[in-house]
Design a protein around this ligand. Structure first.
Ligand code: ADP
Ligand code: MG
Length: 287
């Protein structure tokens, strides 16, 4: 039978905006020693600002317009940011054949032109030579009708208390913090250094994130538990693979919330250490 204090623990966690889906997760949470994070939307706000546009064919506004139209069916934070930068209603009759390639970008037909918007990997995949970009930020390369058309540089900011959240985890006895991202290493290394994260793996496709988590699961001690924290559709497989999956509840995707064991209602990474502490306190009462 489940001790009553477990329910008290779940209640205590929900009071601080942490939804624990079952009493068994409190025990796993109390043993969390490795915490693995997704970057975009988890440690960063996932709200990008456009801070550079470089074109080789089209005017700036046109480039953003094509990007926003091509991205109009995506729920990725990058897409949302481009929609905001465009600032107008999307005329869906101008767009067809939309395809989103996770960890790469999107392709679509806009005004009868084949448009591709995404990272280096997408351009490589399509065989489009692109101009490497050294700007700090996430680069969205654009190709129109098979020709390179320029790029948009967007940048994201870390959540205000992300650094404090990492420190709180260390203070709570978490041995290792890891960040996994599909973004470029230039951006990833910068964020990890700013936050004091122990290990970074960048340019990962969704399957690569699962592999990395499996590798970490194999290398840890028996009593140590691994928590994964994510927000996106791409994160669902990793959330279920980890010993405990934690999802961002406010801005996170339904798929991530569904796959998770614990949901942070306000997306505040500081709540992870709080949840671990509550779980331990509750187990202390049990034993
Ligand atoms: P993260 O792991 O940081 O959450 P994702 O795995 O969602 O990031 O995406 C990894 C990279 O793939 C992004 O940094 C971007 O370069 C590219 N990408 C993914 N989705 C899109 C999209 N809808 N439009 C443009 N680029 C995208
Ligand atoms: Mg993400």
């Amino acid at each position: 039978s489940i001790p009553l204090s477990f329910f008290a623990g779940i209640g205590g966690a929900s009071n601080v905006g942490v939804l624990v889906k079952g009493s068994n997760y409190l025990e796993t949470l109390s043993q969390a020693k490795i915490v693995v994070f997704d970057k975009t939307g988890t440690l960063t706000q996932g709200v990008f600002e456009v801070n550079g546009i470089h074109h080789s064919q089209l005017e700036n506004e046109k480039l953003v317009e094509y990007a926003a139209l091509a991205e109009s069916a995506s729920s990725h934070p990058i897409s949302k940011s481009l929609q905001r930068a465009y600032g107008r209603e999307i005329d869906r009759s101008r767009v067809s054949d939309i395809q989103e390639i996770s960890g790469n970008g999107v392709t679509a037909v806009v005004d009868g032109h084949a448009v591709a918007a995404g990272n280096d990997k997408l351009m490589d995949r399509l065989g489009i030579p692109y101009i490497p970009c050294r700007s700090v930020g996430t680069i969205i390369h654009m190709a129109i009708d098979g020709r390179y058309a320029g790029h948009i540089v967007i940048s994201d900011v870390v959540k205000p208390n992300a650094r404090a959240a990492i420190q709180a985890l260390k203070a709570a006895g978490v041995r290792r913090t890891v960040m996994l991202t599909g973004d470029a290493s230039r951006v990833a290394d910068h964020v990890a250094a700013e936050l004091g994260i122990d290990q970074v793996c960048s340019q990962l496709l969704p399957a690569g994130k699962v592999e990395k988590v499996e590798e970490l699961l194999r290398s840890k001690g028996q009593k140590e538990k691994l928590a994964f924290v994510g927000d996106g559709i791409n994160d669902a497989p990793v959330l279920s693979r980890a010993d405990i999956g934690i999802a961002m509840g406010a801005m996170g995707s339904d798929a991530a919330i569904e796959a998770a064991d614990v949901v942070l209602m306000d997306d505040d990474p500081m709540k992870i250490a709080k949840a671990i502490k509550i779980s331990r306190k509750c187990l202390g009462i049990v034993y």
